[in-house]
Design a protein around this ligand. Structure first.
Ligand code: SF4
Length: 232
């Protein structure tokens, strides 16, 4: 039975996957750069190679096969289980963050023939822990905060423009399309961190968590630089 109201980490909840793999078909699996990094390393690739081979929508979504199956769905189920993205880990829950940073969860609409079994023998928090969700939640929070910082910086820069220039800037924003090439360099952790480390004479770390931190640091520095440059 799906719960109608917003759930928290202490809400009673349990879910046992029936391995029917129906949730791995016809779903747009969104990726942030950290998730792309985890999957890239699982495949023995750089993020640059991974984004080009396995993603659509300018590197923000996993590719699907012609029959709608996720590109990583195999005969035995998920082929990247240990490094699967957050939305796959916490399914059938969705996670939401309000503008005030309040975290809630909701139950997603299940596939009509799902073989998963719902229950209340635990809590949402127990389920997240069992799915190894915390590093992915930390990364999602880091990128959300960075996104807010970038949005504020952009709004500040646009506000300084004269009216005609402001309209021209708005006209330049485009949504990624299905056939867009993964050319958003800032989504590419290896490319961004390689450059950041080279410029500062730093040794590039191997650890995924450290790469995440450097990626956020690099983008944040870039945002501050742009703001300062446009203010001068
Ligand atoms: S990454 Fe794995 S769990 Fe997620 S949709 Fe693809 S096959 Fe399913």
């Amino acid at each position: 039975m799906r719960q109608a109201s917003a759930m928290t980490r202490s809400t009673p909840f349990s879910y046992a996957c029936g391995r029917c793999s129906r949730c791995c078909r016809h779903k747009g699996i969104a990726l942030n750069p950290y998730e792309a990094l985890r999957l890239a390393r699982h495949e023995g690739l750089t993020t640059t190679e991974f984004l080009a081979r396995f993603t659509d929508r300018a590197g923000t979504q996993l590719k699907q096969r012609a029959d709608g199956a996720c590109v990583f769905l195999g005969a035995e189920g998920c082929g990247v289980h240990a490094d699967r993205p957050l939305v796959c880990r916490i399914y059938p829950l969705g996670r939401h963050i309000s503008p005030e940073d309040v975290e809630t969860f909701s139950e997603l609409e299940p596939h009509p023939q799902t073989e998963g079994r719902y229950g209340t023998q635990g809590t949402v928090g127990d389920y997240l822990e069992a799915q190894g969700a915390e590093p992915f939640i930390r990364a999602a929070n880091r990128y959300l905060n960075l996104f807010r910082e970038l949005a504020d910086s952009l709004a500040e820069q646009v506000a300084r423009l004269a009216a005609p220039e402001r309209e021209a800037v708005k006209g330049n924003f485009v949504r990624p399309t299905d056939d867009a090439a993964p050319d958003s360099a800032w989504l590419d952790i290896d490319r961004t961190v390689d450059e950041y480390c080279r410029e500062r004479g730093l040794e590039k770390p191997v650890d995924a968590e450290r790469l995440l931190e450097l990626h956020v640091e690099a983008l944040s520095a870039w945002s501050r630089h742009l703001t300062e440059e446009n203010a001068s």
